[in-house]
Design a protein around this ligand. Structure first.
Ligand SMILES: [Zn+2]
Length: 412
């Protein structure tokens, strides 16, 4: 929970918080209290995709797995399907003359998940233990601070096949049906990147979600690395967002796990929001458990995180590339000597400044800046010049992509 301090300090610079259920369950008191202590809205991602076959195999031993299964009423179902849930777990089938009941009733499941999201943070606020913690830290919180989320997220699974996609749509539909007055329901579209470049696949997804009556969508394109994708994928991603918008203009669209590219899309109001990890990865592969993070520093000129060793080298050979007006950066102390929190605050400062700048100026200015930065990175003589040249090429790629999107009338 080292992100809590910088996120609390800099809460005026972002709109809200995205909390993953399994992280909440790992550190329930700390995360719940953190959410309550900021005045920002939040949403709770139920992380149900982690309970599906074959992803569950990597997670079943995790400390949070049992807690989530219990909260979601899935213990029996996962005993019957120890590798995790599949679309079949939600189907009632007929075997001979017998009706085989579904392991998980989709209607009940939708209700359990929404109830969990509605109440989980409040439950933390009611727990006596928290009040002991608060007494020690002196935070002034009341039970009302442990408020419900801004919107609810329908349970979802990573949809690498049509059956799962259909199940997600069904679960989203169930949630919309049972939502209470004034409650908003979002659904997550979690798919592979191949869908982006196929007109047929994109259209199929757009159509499936068109009639569900959702208030918003969360996009998760697996393993989508904005800083390494070719223009064709970046443009197809924007095309997808645009098609989703057109099919239901009142729906909000957030990108999960985004980077700089998403920041610009959000600033230009193509996206209604982009979820940015602090000091964590800017992409997510559902089939990878991830690993411990190495210390990283946000290199604002290339809009990417680099290892602190690389940042320290640059501080020696090209300090002008690290120039930053945040309150943490100081030319006299290299990035490697900054604390984790200071580097996180630097990151939040830079990311939110990128948003502010991209929002108030024309895309043509952003394009020009990307081209200028690319040229500067290309010219640095350093032991890391290969890496910097790669960053430079990516900035040119982004510039080119934005130019194409402007020509296509998709962004302005
Ligand atoms: Zn800084």
């Amino acid at each position: 929970m080292r992100e809590a301090e910088p996120l609390t300090t800099l809460q005026s610079r972002y709109r809200g918080l995205a909390i993953e259920a399994h992280i909440l369950e790992l550190y329930a008191n700390a995360v719940g209290t953190f959410v309550a202590s900021t005045s920002r809205p939040y949403f709770l991602d139920p992380s149900t995709y982690k309970l599906a076959d074959p992803i569950f195999g990597d997670f079943r031993e995790k400390r949070w797995a049992d807690v989530l299964l219990e909260n979601y009423g899935l213990q029996e179902a996962t005993q019957a399907s120890p590798d995790g849930l599949t679309p079949t777990s939600f189907e009632t089938s007929t075997s001979g003359s017998k009706n085989m009941l579904a392991e998980v009733d989709p209607t009940k499941f939708a209700k359990v998940i929404l109830d969990y999201e509605r109440e989980r943070v409040s439950t933390v606020g009611e727990s006596a233990k928290v009040w002991d913690v608060l007494e020690e830290t002196g935070a002034l919180l009341t039970p009302d601070d442990f408020r419900p989320p801004e919107f609810l997220v329908a349970p979802y699974f990573f949809a690498d096949n049509t059956k799962t996609l259909d199940l997600n749509v069904k679960l989203a539909h169930e949630c919309v049906t049972i939502r209470k007055t004034n409650e908003k329901v979002f659904a997550a579209i979690a798919v592979t990147r191949d869908n982006l470049t196929s007109d047929v696949a994109r259209k199929r997804i757009v159509e499936k979600y068109a009639g569900v009556g959702l208030d918003g969508l969360l996009l998760w394109i697996a393993d989508f690395r904005e800083w390494a994708e070719d223009s064709i994928y970046l443009e197809a991603f924007v095309q997808f967002i645009s098609e989703l918008k057109t099919s239901s203009p009142s729906r909000q669209i957030y990108n999960l796990f985004g980077g700089y590219f998403s920041v610009v899309l959000a600033a230009r109001h193509l996206l209604d929001g982009t979820v940015q990890g602090v000091g964590i990865s800017e992409f997510r592969d559902p089939f990878s458990t991830g690993g411990g993070g190495i210390p990283r520093f946000y290199l604002a000129i290339s809009h990417q995180l680099v290892g602190t060793d690389i940042a320290d080298d640059l501080a020696q050979v090209a300090p002008e590339l690290l120039k930053c007006s945040c309150s943490e950066c100081n030319p006299k102390s290299p990035p490697g000597s900054m604390s984790f929190s200071a580097r996180d605050r630097h990151f939040i400062f830079c990311r939110t400044r990128e948003y502010d700048e991209a929002e108030k100026r024309a895309v043509s200015v952003t394009i020009q800046e990307l081209q200028d930065s690319a040229a500067r990175l290309d010219n640095v003589k350093s032991p890391n010049s290969e890496l910097l040249k790669a960053h430079s090429r990516q900035l040119d790629k982004w510039a080119k992509t934005f130019e194409n999107l402007v020509s296509a009338g998709l962004i302005s």
